[in-house]
Design a binder for this molecule. Structure first.
Ligand SMILES: NC(=O)c1ccc[n+]([C@@H]2O[C@H](COP(=O)([O-])OP(=O)(O)OC[C@H]3O[C@@H](n4cnc5c(N)ncnc54)[C@H](OP(=O)(O)O)[C@@H]3O)[C@@H](O)[C@H]2O)c1
Length: 362
């Protein structure tokens, strides 16, 4: 019998406009699996998926009607029907989901620890995003850390590899490192990893988030976006930009000039501040985008996948202990909570909250 479901969709050209669209689930074809989503996390990273949806193909994962899109989220889902003998009903998988009640996938490359979705529209997209990992103790998933996994795991991976990339490049000769959107989980995860690297770490943030950033104790100096002029401009500096704020980017470049030896774009939390001076014409190092998969590939080749994972695992355990002292999970219930939480993220979330949306059990 046809089953009702729903999808949360957003207007691609007006991200604050949303709809909860009712739909009917198709019957499964041979080889397919039906997921019922249990919970997902929402951070500014998901808003960035929407902002960069066309440029980086994020809309392609979960297609919907013309002009609208389904923003991907990291979450946990349970297999409720399976026509793939290797994927068992009732098992839990961590991976990339839409903000929907259900998702149908076509498992390929099924192994002991998970599978990849072979759905046609997902081919050609980064394999990392097509991977579904079976959640067992052996694969490192402890029920008490499910929320940590969905909120922080994708972000901390970037923090870990970004610190490693800087180290691997001898910090491009920088003596100090500036991180913008210093209150974001990805930025302070990076600052956490940079501890002990013998570099001065400067956090740039909004006035309202300054106290939170100071309390983290990870930055040697915390400045607001209005205080860029207070950065020591006499020493070589690297800028890691999580905000994507063009005005701030220009100010940092003009302030530091030739002493800015690296300008590395990672995020766009200030997604409504993307107008400004052409980055190509700014003084100092040319702004470039950080591409985590390149560094992951390099280290996988040099260290081997197992060593890389083990190193991330050690760092992750320390980070989880740290983060719980500063950020609280805020769980709420779908479907109502989806839009409410999404709108908080669009406007700018409180840095001491980690938002998790859960679905009621059927
Ligand atoms: N390239 C990659 O591989 C990669 C991987 C992971 C994350 N990222 C990027 O890193 C960024 C941070 O993501 P996250 O999930 O860690 O963020 P988050 O923890 O949700 O960050 C929240 C912070 O972002 C700023 N912010 C968010 N929305 C805002 C708004 N509408 N107006 C003004 N400020 C706003 C505020 O910081 P401030 O007041 O301090 O500015 C806020 O405290 C995202 O752009 C994400 O896409 C990139």
């Amino acid at each position: 019998m046809a089953q009702d479901t729903f999808n949360f969709i957003v207007n691609k050209s007006q991200l604050a406009e949303t709809k909860l669209e009712q739909a009917t689930l198709a019957d499964l074809n041979e080889g397919e699996v039906l997921f019922s989503i249990d919970r997902f996390a929402l951070t500014s990273n998901n808003i960035t998926y929407g902002v960069a949806g066309d440029m980086l193909n994020y809309w392609q994962f979960f297609p919907c009607k013309e002009g609208w899109g389904r923003i991907p989220v990291w979450g946990i889902a349970k297999v409720v029907q399976s026509r793939c003998s290797e994927v068992k009903v009732d098992s839990l998988y961590y991976g990339y989901y839409p903000m929907s009640k259900h998702l149908i996938v076509s498992p390929v490359k099924v192994g002991e620890h998970g599978f990849s979705d072979g759905a046609e529209q997902r081919q050609g997209l980064s394999p990392v995003y097509n991977q579904y990992t079976l959640m067992t103790k052996e694969t490192g998933f402890l029920p008490e850390h499910y929320n940590h996994q969905i909120v922080y795991r994708p972000l901390f991976m970037t923090s870990f590899i970004l610190d490693d990339y800087m180290l691997d490049n001898d910090f491009f000769g920088a003596e100090q490192i500036i991180l913008s959107s210093a209150s974001s989980k990805t930025a302070f995860g990076t600052a956490f990893q940079l501890q002990g690297r013998d570099k001065k770490i400067i956090g740039l943030t909004s006035g309202t988030n300054k106290a939170f950033v100071e309390k983290l104790g990870l930055y040697d100096q915390v400045l607001t976006y209005q205080e860029v002029g207070e950065i020591d401009k006499t020493i070589s500096t690297a800028y890691i930009d999580m905000s994507g704020n063009r005005r701030v980017l220009a100010e940092v470049h003009h302030h530091l000039k030739e002493n800015l030896v690296c300008s590395c774009g990672v995020g766009i939390t200030h997604w409504d501040a993307l107008d400004g001076e052409d980055p190509r014409s700014l003084p100092g190092a040319a702004p470039s985008m950080f591409f985590a998969p390149d560094q992951i590939q390099k280290r996988t080749k040099e260290w081997g996948g197992e060593v890389l994972q083990a190193r991330i695992g050690v760092a992750w355990d320390k980070f989880v202990k740290f983060v719980d002292q500063h950020v609280q999970f805020k769980e709420s219930l779908a479907p109502k909570a989806i839009d409410a939480t999404y709108q908080i993220l669009i406007k700018g979330p409180a840095p001491d909250k980690a938002y998790v949306v859960r679905f009621p059990e059927n």
